[in-house]
Design a protein around this ligand. Structure first.
Ligand SMILES: O=C(O)CCC(=O)C1=CC=C[C@@H](O)[C@@H]1C(=O)O
Ligand SMILES: [Mg+2]
Length: 336
């Protein structure tokens, strides 16, 4: 299960030749933020997004830079499909705000991912949120994402209770690979029909294949940016031999376009993907944002509108911060 070496990055001056840093307000608070800052850059093959969250260190951000360079300098691999099923994403809001969040998704919604195990909340909050989604969408496929927030016994308790609403899978119910394996076994022992998906155990591990090798998950959540790009993510999925759900990182439409390219190029796509998050943003950089309609996104080009880039541009000190970060991360690649 080995993988190819990374191609070299373009020289830093080429990489920084055209960079736009924008701040996009959110409709609903997500991951504790109300505004998403991210960088867009243009290369010979097109536009790409470099948006590691500000708290990420340079080493972690390097994979995101490789991904952006891969997109903007090499383009995307050939698609196998042009329509991608996506899930709606429900942040850890109070249950009474669920209708408002789902109203941001146009037309039919076939699948919903619901955040659970948020710090400062308890299982009653999660249960009420999942119940509110189920009440509105009796036929939808539901999954929850705990972001590793439960210990193993709490995960088993929680999923046994939440499974009453009908859940397809739980994304990263506990933190490490060993814990995921324990949750998966515990659910099977108790006869709880919920699959286990690995997210952080793919994108934050030194070895993205370790979780598959350990047999600790039924499926993988793959994100192009933290895995070093669309091509790299395709290699990970092929080597892992598990079904994959493509997700994103709360990107603008430019970053979502890379996720769509990954979803479009996978040999099989059995699950709706987590690429509907532009619907959580109040603003975007495309005149026609990549927001799902009837639970689907269409594969099309994502070229930013110059006026929107200018309108959402960050103040000079924030732009400086992102440019310095890009330089540092680029230099890291040269080191090793
Ligand atoms: O998968 C989705 O439905 C949307 C993307 C999403 O949930 C995430 C985006 C960005 C950061 C992560 O905390 C989060 C995730 O854990 O999957
Ligand atoms: Mg996740």
């Amino acid at each position: 299960m080995g993988m190819d070496a990374h191609p070299p990055l373009p020289p830093v001056d080429e990489l920084l030749a055209e960079v736009h840093v924008v701040a996009l307000p959110l409709r609903v608070r997500f991951r504790g933020i109300d505004v998403r800052e991210t960088a867009l850059l243009r290369g010979p093959a097109g536009w790409a997004e470099f948006g590691p969250f500000p708290e990420y260190g340079d080493a972690e951000a390097l994979a995101w830079l490789r991904a952006a360079a891969d997109t903007a300098w090499r383009g995307f691999p050939a698609p196998r499909r042009t329509r991608i099923p996506v899930n709606a994403t429900v942040p850890a809001v109070p249950a009474d705000r669920v209708p408002e969040v789902l109203a941001g998704y146009a037309g039919r919604v076939g699948a919903v991912k619901i955040k659970v195990a948020e710090r400062g909340q308890d299982l009653d909050d999660d249960d009420a949120r999942v119940a509110a989604v189920r009440a509105l969408l009796p036929g939808a496929e539901l999954r929850v994402d705990a972001n590793g927030g439960w210990e193993v016994p709490a995960a088993l308790r929680a999923l046994e209770r939440l499974a009453r609403h009908g859940l397809a899978y739980a994304e990263q119910p506990a933190a490490g690979i060993g814990e995921l394996a324990a949750v998966r076994e515990g659910l099977a022992d108790r006869g709880v029909p919920v699959l286990v998906a690995a997210d952080e155990s793919v994108r934050k591990e030194e070895d993205p294949l370790a979780v598959a090798r350990a047999g600790a998950a039924d499926l993988l959540v793959v994100k192009a940016a933290p895995l070093g790009g669309v091509r790299r993510a395709l290699e990970v999925v092929a080597a892992a031999g598990l079904p994959a759900v493509v997700s994103s990182a709360l990107d603008s439409s430019v970053g979502i376009r890379a996720g769509l390219a990954l979803a479009a190029a996978l040999p099989e796509l059995p699950w709706a993907c987590g690429l509907g998050t532009v619907s959580l943003l109040e603003a975007d950089v495309l005149a026609a944002p990549l927001r799902p309609v009837d639970g689907e996104l269409e594969l099309r080009e994502a070229v930013p509108d110059p006026q929107l880039l200018a309108h959402h541009a960050v103040p000079a000190p924030r732009r400086q911060w992102w440019l310095e970060r890009l330089r540092r991360v680029h230099a890291l690649a040269a080191e090793g």
